[in-house]
Design a protein around this ligand. Structure first.
Ligand SMILES: [Fe+2]
Ligand SMILES: [Fe+2]
Length: 300
């Protein structure tokens, strides 16, 4: 029953894949992703939440606490990735990329708004987004704080200080799109959505979360495209991406550990075993890395 770090031993040994494979993988570019964004609009304040409060009240205290833990990491994460995104918008290299990046910052703000509305109307935790975030902070672990409040914040500051610093841009995109979105968010969305669908509860949340998930796939697609292009131009970029993954995957593995458990325990999360959760995360990241033309570095 392997966890994320052990899986890196079993996967691709970290070598760059055959060059001839790279050209076969065509990704959507920022102009196409911008146009896709125009077709995929939704309203955080327009989703019907009328059935959710009764479902929520019918759950046990333990179930409510558990769901609150899972959702609060997302709520705080969405605020972090909204406010720590400006450096990347400043680092655009052409008009299409700028247009795309502007849409992503709006998306992240919309995701935060959805959680704010949901906590207020369904969980009765109100007072505005800042007050809500302060209240739900108790649910996140030390690894989460390290990744979202320290690493992400520092990398955004580096880009703001010098938006033309391509190394800083590679680091930021690896942290944000490959680790935070491509490994953690996609896994959390899959497990939580599947859990709620199996239970047949909180349909308003599921609808909003599915819209968020569709947006996140677009965001990860941008990061994958950018890194693929950067590696094609300069193979040394691949080593930089892998070094950043080697630094952050041990932290990411700890983020995906439920309260009161350790990485080594055989825990369950939303009905999935540790090895299923970490297996999903590893596969999500591996797919993107393969499209970029890289393997995942071995970590243990
Ligand atoms: Fe988001
Ligand atoms: Fe996102």
């Amino acid at each position: 029953m392997a966890h994320l770090l052990e899986l890196t031993q079993q996967g691709d040994p970290g070598t760059i894949v055959d060059e001839s494979q790279l050209d076969k993988i065509q990704l959507q570019n920022p102009q196409q992703l911008y146009e896709l964004w125009e077709r995929q609009q939704w309203q955080a304040h327009g989703i019907d939440l009328s059935r959710d409060p009764a479902d929520w009240q019918a759950l046990s205290d333990d179930e409510r606490e558990y769901i609150l833990w899972g959702l609060s990491s997302f709520f705080i994460g969405e605020e972090r990735v909204t406010t720590q995104f400006s450096g990347l918008v400043m680092a655009y290299e052409d008009q299409s990329e700028e247009a795309y990046l502007a849409t992503q910052q709006v998306d992240e703000a919309r995701h935060t708004q959805f959680f704010g509305r949901y906590y207020d109307q369904v969980f009765s935790i109100g007072g505005g987004i800042d007050a809500q975030l302060e209240r739900v902070r108790e649910h996140v672990n030390d690894a989460f704080v390290r990744l979202f409040d320290e690493v992400l914040v520092a990398e955004n500051k580096r880009l703001i200080a010098d938006p033309s610093d391509r190394g800083a841009k590679i680091d930021f995109i690896t942290t944000y799109m490959m680790v935070i979105e491509g490994t953690l968010a996609l896994t959390g969305q899959y497990t939580i959505t599947t859990f709620l669908e199996r239970r047949g509860i909180l349909p308003g949340f599921i609808e909003g979360f599915q819209n968020i998930s569709r947006d996140e796939h677009r965001h990860v697609a941008y990061g994958t495209w950018y890194l693929q292009q950067a590696v094609r131009r300069d193979r040394s970029v691949g080593e930089r991406v892998q070094a950043k993954l080697a630094e952050l995957l041990p932290i990411a593995a700890e983020v995906l550990v439920p309260p009161g458990c350790s990485l080594e325990d055989e825990w369950e999360m939303f009905g999935f075993t540790r090895s299923e959760v970490h297996g999903y995360a590893f596969q999500a990241l591996s797919r993107r890395m393969k499209a970029i033309g890289l393997g995942i570095p071995q970590l243990v």
